[in-house]
Design a protein around this ligand. Structure first.
Ligand SMILES: [Zn+2]
Length: 220
């Protein structure tokens, strides 16, 4: 029995080492993918940051204490994506869906969920959304027909237009409306923009909040 126990302890250690190594590899590949990613910082910090981002963008639900702890059965952890080995404690978390998490992963998830609950809605939206000006332009001239001409939609930068990113070149006002809807803009704002663009070649919406989901869709 003692032999078995120490053997499983050793395996558990081995698994933990493997887990730590995978986390390190995941963190490293994330850094490679994102040059702005902080070079320093442990894999736990990276995991925490990922959890925080996922909670903020809504791709992970906050935990509110509905959890069952049991023996690991090899299920995949929803936080780090690694299997939860038999020697580990598996947390079964009940939310909009039922997911599983490692002890360590769950504890960070719980901490970040508590932190999120403490953050007032106002500042949370600030950190999630990026207010930026949106520019809509078209060619100007006698032969230009505003309902059918090509528009250029770009966002970012300031008044000097440095750092703007082209989001698309919709052909005609209908296509422009579709693009603006895709950006999550309100109906009223779109109508105002279209009206303005039938009379002028350049229209700026000074403060557009693009959600992380929208930014991802446009690969920004
Ligand atoms: Zn995990």
């Amino acid at each position: 029995m003692t032999v078995l126990l120490s053997e499983s302890k050793a395996r558990c250690l081995e698994n933990r080492k493997l887990l730590a190594r995978s986390r390190l590899l995941i963190a490293r590949s994330r850094r490679l993918l994102s040059p702005s990613f902080e070079i320093s910082g442990s894999s736990d910090e990276n995991l925490r940051r990922t959890i925080r981002t996922r909670l903020a963008t809504g791709s992970l639900f906050p935990v509110d204490g509905k959890v069952f702890a049991g023996k690991g059965t090899g299920k995949l952890c929803s936080i780090c994506g690694m299997p939860i080995p038999q020697g580990d404690i598996e947390h079964e978390v009940v939310g909009p869906t039922t997911v599983f998490a490692h002890w360590d992963c769950y504890s960070i998830w719980r901490q970040e969920s508590d932190e999120l609950a403490r953050t007032p809605q106002q500042s949370r939206q600030h950190s999630v959304k990026t207010p930026t000006p949106l520019h809509i332009e078209r060619e100007d001239g006698a032969g230009i027909n505003p309902p059918t001409t090509e528009y250029a939609v770009s966002f970012g930068g300031s008044t000097d237009r440095v750092g703007t990113v082209l989001l698309g070149r919709p052909q005609g006002l209908d296509a422009l409306v579709l693009l603006l809807r895709g950006l999550g803009m309100a109906h009223g704002e779109i109508v105002t923009a279209c009206q303005a663009l039938t009379e002028q070649p350049h229209y700026v919406i000074p403060d557009v909040s693009l959600t992380p989901a929208v930014l991802r869709r446009f690969r920004l």
